[in-house]
Design a protein around this ligand. Sequence first.
Ligand code: 6PG
Length: 246
Amino acid sequence: MTRQLLVHDTPQTLAAAAAARLVTEVVDAIAARGRAHVVLTGGSNGNALMAALAASPARTAVDWHRVDFYWGDERFVPADDDDRNEKQARAALLDALDLDPRTVHAMPPSDGPDGDDVDAAANRYAADLVAAGGGAVPEFDVVLLGVGPDGHVASLFPGHPGLAVGDHSVIAVRESPKPPPTRITLTMPVLCSSRQVWLLASGAGKAEAVAKALTPVPGEPTLPARRVHGEQRTLWFLDRESAPAP
Ligand code: 6PG
């Protein structure tokens, strides 16, 4: 597995560069395997990437009917809540694409089929993944992940019980340090079973987490952003403020 840093001048160029690269990876995945499986992320960098992709003429190079979209994590709130990553992704990108609605695999909301039973909702999503993967969790081509100032990815937080889970593909998260408190997330083994993981982090507020993820501090727990990786490639998309000094 290769770990590569891509440092851009601004968050805007970071988003545009990541969007352009995503188009290429998706086209290549479709050419090689007939379909592409992409995991979306919540957060400012993820939304900026999706908005850049929606605005890019290059998006027409993709047959979006051959792309399946999933989420790495979701805020467990009602479907119409502005906090939902799915709602933000639809507004930023998905509504602009000519895609088959059956290929958008959203995590259940708190007013969905399981109501506010977040464990049942997590199990439902685990079953959805297996169904979408034809009997197993799909081998994701690209997993997009924002990085928190504490080094969390998806809804896997440092020192939080969810980080240690290895026998489930999807779990409920309670008392999340980042609001809202209840969430659903893919687990670390599932994230790491993907071909590529792309971490997105911009701004001075992320510099310490990025530094500790790239150069772990002896005696400190390994950050989720350090532990996560793709089987083939792990890319860090950074800007000048979040990147370690050259
Ligand atoms: C969420 C996210 C979360 C996010 C990071 C970074 O649902 O909150 O998936 O993991 O990606 O917190 O968010 P920012 O880019 O907005 O700092």
